[in-house]
Every structure is written in C-alpha cells, then in structure tokens.
Design a protein around this ligand. Structure first.
Ligand SMILES: Nc1ncnc2c1ncn2[C@@H]1O[C@H](COP(=O)(O)OP(=O)(O)OP(=O)(O)O)[C@@H](O)[C@H]1O
Ligand SMILES: [Mg+2]
Length: 379
C-alpha cells in the first residue's frame, strides 16, 4: 500500500481542506428587495450540496451569482481558487441547468446534447464519442434519434442533464432539476442523479424546495429563509439537531412545545411545559427561567394503551382524535387535556387479523419518549 491520503467524505470537518467554492458576505439586492442577505458558505469538491427553502427565499438568485448570470451587490465568490468578480458566465468552470430547462424541440436527443460542443468547435469525431459516452451515462443511448416530444418527462430531464454534463464543467448548478417530474419518477431520478454525480465526480449545487429531495440527495444542505441561511449541515444533522423552530418545522414534521427551564444541569435540562415536565439528557447553554421550545418528532413518541409503570417526565396521556393511514405508517392525532394536539407516527406492523391490539379512535392512550429524543431550541 502506498501512503495516499484518503479523500475525506466529510471535508467540511477538515480544518486543512480547501473549499472549492467560497462565498463571502454576499448580498444581492434588486431595487429595495434583498434577495440574498449577507451569506457565507464553503462548498467542497465532489459535494452534492442542496440549497433548500420556500418560494422566493433567494435560492435561484444565489445559484445565478455562482454561474455569473447575476452579479453580487456586495461580497465575493471564489471558485476553484479564482475570484469570480470579473469573470463572465462563459469563462467560469460552471454550467447551469435552469429551472425550466428548454430543449431544442426540432433537434434530436443527440443533437441537443451535441449542441454545446458544436458551438465550441470541437472536432466532429470527438463530439460523436463524447455524446455516446454521456448518453450511456444517463441511459439514453437507445433514444438518440428521438425528439424531445417523443420522450417522457424523466427522459427529457436526463437529456437536459446530459447537455449540461457534456461540457465537463467542474461545477454543475441545477435549479429545481426534478420539479417537472411526478413523485414516483422524481424519486427514481433522484437516485439516478446521485449515481451520475458519483460517477462523474463533479461538484453539484442543487436548488430545491422539496425537503425530502434535499434529504435524499445531499452531502449537505443549506436551509434558506428570506435570503439567509438558517442552518447548514448534513441531512442527519439538520433532521436530528435542528437549531431553530423554523428548521425543525421546515424539515420533516415536529411537535413544537413552549416551556421554561426549571433545572439547567451540565448534562441535562428539565423544562416545564403544558405537556408536563420534559427531561432532556444533554446540556445546553441556557439558564433557569429561560423561555425555550422543544421539538419532538412524531416518530420518536411511543404510543401505548397501557399506563406507564411509574409516573415521571416525558409522559402524557390523551385521546385519539384522528388517525391517518399512510400504508407503511399511520399518523395519530392525540388530543391532550387542555386541548393541545400531538402528532405521533407509528409503523403499521400489525396485520389486520389482530385488530384487537390496534389503537383506534377516541381511545385513551399514553405517550412517552426517550430523554434523548427531544431537541431543545432557544430561538
Ligand atoms: N430580476 C429580479 N428583479 C427583481 N426582483 C427579483 C429578481 N429576481 C428575483 N427577485 C426577487 O428576489 C427574491 C428571491 O428570488 P429567487 O428567484 O432567488 O427565489 P427562489 O428561492 O428561487 O424561489 P422559487 O422557489 O420560487 O424559485 C424574490 O423576492 C424575487 O421576487
Ligand atoms: Mg427559483
């Protein structure tokens, strides 16, 4: 074995790793609208990085600044070691797949994909080879003589991807690449996109407003709201350790409960809430009397018909107000004394035969959760 250093899967944790993209204090204003508000971000080579947020939060604007189609009002963007301030789009090591990717309707798949190389006057023999290779990668080699209207939505999407990849950019920027696809096809295409990204090893920055998509695709996610980053982290970090109510609520679903710190230990906190006392088994920089919020994911709450063996924190009792059957899981709306509704999800493992064990409408049920399951939020 030679002593080749392994390429880290988590370069953002490596103090010495040099970011591929450096975004520093970048703001973009359109008149009096601040679309992107003083953001800082590092993205590393080989990442599939997602910008996630609701409509109008500034995702496309940030992507367009990376591609050079928009110029920051202030701040700097460095890509692959070069300051991009005075570099026009066509001289950047980037390629962008737009929110509405327009294929040329009168051209075949092959010609659509070859177009960029023709423009660049690449020799025709090389064009043929590269088009073949890229169509094999997106699994469209049998479709090269078709025109866009003879393809499905997913196939068209892959043509657009092939067209963006063929110029071998170092950075591919994709704006809502899968938005036009229906749910099933979108999920399938997400995996294809990940595989393709892995094979080509190009850094992808993907814009999406679909949180499941961001969770599936990304190495890391930046959650955006009103032109700012609310949190940047891996899908697991963002889901398990949201830092704000906004993020806890935006990613997945969460029961958010307001309370006050009644005990602030170094390795635990106790919080008084209208759901009773909540005990969390990790410390936090809070103090007694602070107003806080607690997020508990619906799947982290256990439901039982039996009362707990002994009273304690992290328990509640309520009545089943509603049940939503989702196939693999069911969602239970539990009405607590005092009128609060708590969402609980549970997998449907029980077969219809054993109906008697099932929890049903209006039944009294007991809720409990582990001390590690609740997340304490201070904003
Ligand atoms: N050229 C422009 N002129 C004026 N305002 C603009 C312009 N482009 C974007 N904006 C505004 O900037 C804000 C951010 O827009 P942007 O297109 O970046 O949002 P987005 O996050 O991509 O939204 P969506 O999910 O709907 O595509 C919006 O308020 C938008 O109206
Ligand atoms: Mg957009």
């Amino acid at each position: 074995m030679t002593g080749q250093p392994a390429i880290s899967d988590t370069p953002w944790l490596d103090q010495d790793a040099e970011p591929f993209i450096k975004i520093r204090s970048v703001t973009k204003k359109f008149g009096n609208v601040t679309a992107v508000n003083n953001v800082d971000l590092d993205i590393y080579q080989g990442e599939l990085f997602c910008l996630l947020g609701g409509s109008g939060c500034g995702k496309t604007t940030l992507l367009r600044m990376l591609s050079g189609f928009e110029v920051p009002t202030s701040g700097t963007i460095t890509i692959d070691g070069s300051d991009m301030s005075s570099v026009p789009p066509y001289e950047r090591p980037t390629n962008m797949m737009f929110q509405s990717y327009a294929l040329f309707p009168h051209m075949t798949v092959e010609k659509n994909v070859a177009y960029g190389l023709k423009q660049d006057k690449v020799p025709s023999g090389e064009i043929v080879d590269r088009v073949d290779e890229i169509l094999r990668l997106v699994e469209l080699q049998d479709f090269k003589k078709r025109k866009p209207h003879q393809l499905s939505g997913g196939q068209r999407q892959r043509v657009a991807l092939a067209r963006a990849l063929i110029k071998q950019p170092k950075l591919l920027l994709l704006d809502e690449p899968l938005a036009a696809l229906d749910k099933k096809l979108r999920e399938q295409t997400q995996f294809e996109l990940m595989n393709i990204q892995e094979q080509v090893g190009i850094t992808f920055v993907v814009v999406t407003h679909d949180q499941e998509e961001a969770m599936t695709l990304s190495s890391r996610i930046a959650v955006m709201d009103q032109g700012q980053f609310m949190q940047i982290g891996t899908p697991t970090e963002i889901y398990e350790f949201p830092e704000t109510r906004f993020v806890a609520d935006f990613i997945g679903s969460a029961n958010i409960i307001e309370g006050r710190i009644i005990e602030d230990g170094s390795d635990h906190v106790r919080v008084k809430t209208d759901l009773g006392e909540i005990y969390i088994d990790h410390g936090q920089s809070t103090k007694e009397g602070d107003r806080v919020w607690i997020a508990i994911r619906p799947e982290k709450i256990h439901l039982s018909k039996e009362p707990p063996a002994e009273p304690g924190p992290n328990q509640a009792v309520g009545q089943v107000d509603d049940i939503g059957y989702l196939g693999d899981t069911s969602i239970y709306k539990i009405l607590l004394e005092g009128g609060r509704i708590v969402d609980v999800t549970a997998p449907n493992q029980i077969r219809p035969k054993s109906r008697t064990h099932r929890i049903t409408w209006e039944e009294e049920v007991y809720l409990h959760w582990e001390a590690s399951s609740a997340v304490l939020l201070t904003k």
